[in-house]
Design a protein around this ligand. Structure first.
Ligand SMILES: [Zn+2]
Ligand SMILES: [Zn+2]
Length: 98
């Protein structure tokens, strides 16, 4: 089977049925990496609490679940503005044709 450590991925013959890594080294490295990832994930989420909406004039603090850099309201407002602009564009173009 293949070593579960993605950087390794070496084929090996497991000595026990629950062996996931080709060596102790890979097992240790993979475990350390998982811990480090969990640490950074937590850190980023905590830091995310302080993120503020990037839209001008808006100081809404972003939810840590929001992966965007603007708040939901600004994101929707921008979408709506884009939509209106598109409609205006279509109107002006079709207006010229007819
Ligand atoms: Zn390995
Ligand atoms: Zn906003």
């Amino acid at each position: 089977m293949k070593c579960s450590y993605k950087e390794c991925g070496k084929e090996f013959t497991p000595r026990t049925h629950n062996m996931k890594y080709c060596s102790d080294e890979c097992c240790r490295t993979a475990t350390n990496e998982k811990l480090r990832e969990a640490y950074y994930e937590k850190k980023a989420r905590l830091a995310g609490k302080k993120r503020i909406c990037k839209a001008q004039g808006c100081n809404v603090i972003l939810s840590r679940y929001n992966e965007d850099n603007v708040c939901d309201r600004c994101a929707n407002a921008k979408k709506e503005a884009d939509r209106r602009q598109m409609i205006e564009m279509i109107r002006s173009v079709t207006g010229k044709i007819s």
